[in-house]
Design a protein around this ligand. Structure first.
Ligand code: ZN
Length: 225
């Protein structure tokens, strides 16, 4: 009897872990049809006002012609999973879950081919898929290699306005796992460095409990590197 109970508990725990890992990696299996072709004008306006930037400003390339609302936690998740990290589904369309990026960079972000990490006081873009390096960033004179390790620009306001760092941290973690899976050369794939990368992003978070929640989930076996 006790053994059966143990087995049942283990099975339950496994299915919960699968569910959690799916919800904490909503970028996995994202398809083109699920990608937002055009975000609402209202959200765009909210995001531009929050970050205090113009419509043609890409946070990586600066002036560009194909800049879109790039959700960090993707729209197709409908906000599922956010409750595990101290947010709720309504935060899906919060300006802090949205970056303004060139369409090419947004697509690469969703595919975990690029990630955004913290470097001192700045956030920088890291290109993980080596095949992307020579690809053009549409609407700009740049290639992806020109954007590699390039700092994102946020308006200097007091207090400063930033995106949800905990969501960038989870994305970075999953992007590093994805780079390892594909054997992409990655300076951050060594487990200690990967953890450091996540912690650096969270270190900027003002909410200590959010940090604990994210670390708690990433510590679970099937999410760790
Ligand atoms: Zn750009």
């Amino acid at each position: 009897m006790r053994l059966e109970l143990k087995q049942e508990l283990r099975q339950t725990r496994e299915s919960v872990n699968v569910l959690i890992s799916f919800e904490l990696d909503p970028w996995e299996g994202i398809t083109d049809s699920q990608r937002t072709i055009e975000s609402s004008q209202t959200l765009k306006q909210t995001v531009l006002e929050y970050y205090h930037i113009g419509a043609n400003f890409c946070m990586v390339c600066r002036s560009a012609s194909k800049v879109v609302n790039a959700h960090i936690w993707p729209v197709h998740s409908r906000g599922k999973g956010l409750e595990y990290i101290g947010l709720d589904p309504s935060h899906l369309n919060d300006a802090r879950n949205v970056l303004r990026l060139c369409k090419s960079i947004e697509v690469a972000f969703d595919k975990k081919e690029v990630m955004i990490i913290a470097d001192g006081d700045q956030f920088i873009l890291i290109v993980l898929n080596p095949k992307l390096m020579d690809e053009p960033v549409e609407g700009t004179p740049f290639k992806f290699k020109d954007c590699h390790k390039y700092p994102l620009q946020f308006c200097h306001r007091n207090p400063p306005v930033y995106p949800f760092r905990r969501l960038l941290a989870i994305h970075a973690h999953q992007a590093i796992c994805n780079a390892v899976k594909h054997n992409w050369p990655c300076d951050y794939s060594e487990p200690m460095l990967a953890l450091e990368t996540v912690k650096n992003l969270l270190g900027k978070s003002v909410l200590g409990d959010a940090r604990d929640k994210v670390m708690g989930f990433l510590d679970r076996g099937n999410l760790a590197l």
